[in-house]
Ligand binder design. Structure first.
Ligand SMILES: [Zn+2]
Length: 255
């Protein structure tokens, strides 16, 4: 049972306690309002913080303290080819969570991901702002469409899914379960999509880096490509070894 169920049950119980207090002891209605505000607040935070595992269990960190993993979202994009060159040069295997429509538009890069030993995961088909407001049926259809697009290129059906924006909710949990997929979060968010200064971004990531971390990056960002070699070299100097998330978490990457 996920935390949102406990939270909902607790909310209902507290509401019953309030009802009794209201009718028998004249408790203020504001207690009910406060209760509702706290409940809604927890539902929203549970949706935003993927690491809470509130609606769905997401793998966000490994217990293997000597390993770290690189993950890239939103591609294939304008920096994917250059990022692949760096990873090849450095001998690092990473995970790429692909937006399905981008995969369909740039199949040669999806092929490169797979041929060069990287993991190819699912990151929805459209990555629209309305993704999380859809029915679970529509979400499942998007996930399936992305899996189909990737399978047509690599011959493998992804099992790992990273929720767009890291937002989860009950409908998404149902869709992921329906397709027998697993949700992947992160433990180190680089915020590379909003970073202006390469040096600042690099220092921030290296300053936060711990063993077992899953690092969130984007292969659509020039700044990410710019810091990648230095990030890999410095991470290794700290004594960490790069691993693919499926190896780091001992889970299956494909169905
Ligand atoms: Zn994304």
């Amino acid at each position: 049972m996920r935390p949102y169920r406990y939270t909902s049950i607790l909310f209902i119980l507290l509401l019953l306690v309030f009802d009794a207090a209201y009718f028998f002891a004249g408790a203020s209605v504001w207690w009910a309002v406060a209760l509702l505000v706290v409940y809604i607040h927890s539902l929203v935070l549970g949706a935003i913080y993927i690491r809470w595992n509130f609606y769905i269990k997401s793998y966000s960190k490994s217990t293997k303290q000597n390993l770290v993993a690189l993950t890239f979202d939103d591609g294939p994009g304008q920096e994917t080819a250059a990022i692949l060159d760096v990873l090849k040069e450095q001998g690092v295997q990473a995970a790429f969570f692909s937006i399905g429509k981008n995969a369909a538009a740039k199949p040669e890069l999806v092929k490169r991901w797979n041929d060069e030993g990287h993991l190819v995961g699912n990151h929805s088909y459209n990555h629209g702002f309305n993704f999380d407001w859809q029915t679970s049926k529509k979400m499942a259809a998007e996930l399936q469409q992305t899996n189909d697009a990737i399978k047509a290129i690599t011959g493998k059906t992804p099992r790992l899914f990273r929720p767009p924006y890291g937002v989860t909710n009950p409908n998404l949990a149902r869709a992921v379960k329906k397709l027998n997929m697993a949700s992947i979060g992160w433990s180190l968010r680089s915020f590379d999509t909003t970073a202006k200064e390469p040096k600042q971004l690099l220092d921030k990531i290296l300053g936060q880096l711990k063993g077992g971390d899953i690092i969130l990056l984007h292969d659509t960002m020039p700044v990410t490509r710019e810091i990648l070699t230095e990030l890999i070299v410095s991470t290794r100097k700290k004594g960490f070894t790069f691993a693919r998330i499926d190896q780091m978490l001992d889970i299956e990457a494909y169905v």
